[in-house]
Design a protein around this ligand. Sequence first.
Ligand code: SF4
Length: 248
Amino acid sequence: MKACKSDKITGNVHSIETFGTHEGPGIRFVVFLQGCLGRCLYCQNPDTWQEDAGNNMSAEEIMEKLNRCYPYIKSSAGGITVSGGEPLLQMDFLCSLFRLCKKRGVHTAIDTGAFFRPEDESKLPMLLSLTDLFIVDIKTAEKKLHKLLTSRNLDQVTRFIGLLEGRKNKYWIRYVLVPDLNDSARQLKKLGKVLSGFHYCVNFQFLPYHTYGRHKWDYLGLNYPLPDIKPATDKDIKRAERITFGRK
Ligand code: SF4
């Protein structure tokens, strides 16, 4: 197993949230890392894309902040979640942070689109051994559409999930349901078929597409690519669940 570098490594941090309730079990201390290789058409955090922005922080500095919140996090059976951007662009830092978390007994999770650099793939087994839960975002189960929606190849995401399956690592999957983009009956049936082959996925959620992050595109001077798409409704989510899981 190739080791992640362990000397004084700093992470490039976009922001920290001390009371996350959607990024894993219990209350989460959420660290958003800077940098992403994806360019998802409906990204709500385009301000995390640039790799050379953000604040440099050491794992020790993050632990110091986490320690202050740990009493309520622990009592909720929560932990730390690293999100982004794409956290897997900073694997050495993740290993260094999660080693400290493991020493402290903190539950560790990573929220990822699996858009890591191919040359870092050999570091994944080490990171996996330090991570209690992966939350993997799947944008679509169709290769061509995946490239169109994200600018990245679906194969890498599939390989990453294959790695989790092979190691019997439990994981969650989330799918942002975007009306008229990735919600056709054909696509959802395909998604259902793909999911039925995932044995260690212990939680699947459709998340409704929303436009809360659109102002960030405007602020950054970027053209929002989906100006006419409406947010997904509860009814859309229920329909998607019915089709994906073959419910009446
Ligand atoms: S992977 Fe996440 S952060 Fe990166 S572009 Fe897509 S939605 Fe945005």
